[in-house]
Design a protein around this ligand. Sequence first.
Ligand SMILES: [Zn+2]
Ligand SMILES: [Zn+2]
Length: 131
Amino acid sequence: MTGGCLCGAVRYRITVEPTGTTLCHCEDCRKASGAPVVAWTFFPGAIHTLLTFEGREPRLLEFAGRQRTFCPCCGSPISFYDPTLPDQFEVTTCTLDDAWRTSPVDHNWVCDRLPWFDTIDDLPRHERETR
Ligand SMILES: [Zn+2]
Ligand SMILES: [Zn+2]
């Protein structure tokens, strides 16, 4: 799958199929994106070999022991990696060129959900994280 940021400076390619997509309500994702919820698509395997960047290298931010990347020009959040879970990584679903191909299967960190934000669906809602 391929994707990229808002301004087009960062382009990426992933050479493995996704395992699923989740909607994350956690405070860290909300702060990092400026949005009430973030859709993340999960991929199996090692991020450094399976996720390759073309064009500009993204900016790496280490926060709370997790690694997030962003476009250095426009700020789009691109990827998420938790070194304690080395066999998976995530990219923001909405930076995928074919974001429509993978729809969310659940909600995570609903304990952090803003009271004024909800979606109309029957997906499982997990108080914290399930992966
Ligand atoms: Zn950009
Ligand atoms: Zn989150």
